[in-house]
Design a protein around this ligand. Structure first.
Ligand SMILES: C[S@@+](CC[C@H](N)C(=O)[O-])C[C@H]1O[C@@H](n2cnc3c(N)ncnc32)[C@H](O)[C@@H]1O
Length: 250
């Protein structure tokens, strides 16, 4: 099957994605706050946000105290939306169009983030090149923190979370396409694809580039339970279809 480049996928859905993004409780109340708190103290840090999309997390990283923040995304339309947000428009965050795996200039950073990025690799070779670009942009003491589809629970048929994830089989195999369908505020549908890789494959690609990886379960903060109710979160906690990774040079 022909595999589309991420920019080809995201350009037409960029506005719908951005309109839906943090408005979905799973992301706005659960995953993003957890991810940001897991980044720890960002005071004085130079941060690079890869696959920054519409800049939702990128802006928060600056608010959390980072000294400088850059955002890179393969889709020009996503970058256009990020640039019209407050910190994009004021120039406090520098945004660029670029494809991770084929990045050109190699500046070093204390922290590189990639929320929902690495599962866009369509081949193991591409995954390895993406990890190479991450490793090449870290200081020796730097870290990479990412979120991916959880290889242990990759599918989500439950529409309550605003994103369903399906595959051609119940237990996807390496390289299988994952079909993601999201719904925005006006119930507008947007679709894109990801690819399934085992944990071992991510670990291999990272280690090939000198990075070790620790997996971390995503636990929504207490405020999310208070706001949306425990029943909303229970299926996600039982079958968490996203997982976080923290990686360091070894
Ligand atoms: C699901 S969105 C996540 C955006 C943002 N990180 C967030 O959490 O809201 C995934 C983004 O990754 C971008 N992307 C996918 N593959 C990429 C690559 N190889 N290099 C740069 N960006 C990529 C897409 O264009 C899209 O904007």
């Amino acid at each position: 099957m022909a595999r589309s480049a991420p920019q080809a996928e995201y350009d037409p859905i960029a506005e719908r994605y951005a309109a839906a993004n943090a408005g979905r409780p799973l992301f706005g109340e659960g995953i993003y706050p957890f991810f940001l708190s897991a980044l720890g103290d960002l005071t004085g840090q130079a941060v690079l946000d890869l696959g920054c999309g519409d800049g939702e997390i990128t802006e928060k990283i600056l608010e959390y105290g980072a000294r400088s923040v850059r955002g890179i995304d393969a889709a020009p339309e996503m970058i256009r939306i990020a640039r019209r947000r407050e910190y994009g428009a004021s120039g406090r965050i520098e945004y660029e169009v670029g494809k991770v795996g084929e990045l050109k200039e190699p500046g070093r950073h204390d922290l590189v983030t990639g929320a929902f990025l690495l599962h866009y690799a369509a081949t193991k070779d591409e995954l390895c090149r993406m990890c190479g670009d991450i490793a090449a942009r870290l200081n020796p003491q730097g870290r990479f923190v990412g979120i991916i589809n959880n290889p242990g629970h990759p599918l989500n048929p439950d529409p309550r979370y605003g994103n369903t994830i399906r595959a051609v089989r119940e237990f996807p195999l390496e390289g299988d396409t994952l079909f993601v369908e999201g719904r925005g505020g006006n119930n507008e549908v947007f679709q894109f694809v990801n690819y399934y890789w085992k944990k071992e494959t991510y670990e291999w690609a990272l280690l090939e580039n000198g990075l070790t990886c620790r997996w971390k379960s995503i636990i929504p903060p207490r405020a999310a339970f208070e706001k949306t109710g425990e029943a909303f979160w229970r299926p996600f906690l039982e079958r968490p279809f996203f997982i976080m990774m923290e990686c360091k040079p070894c």
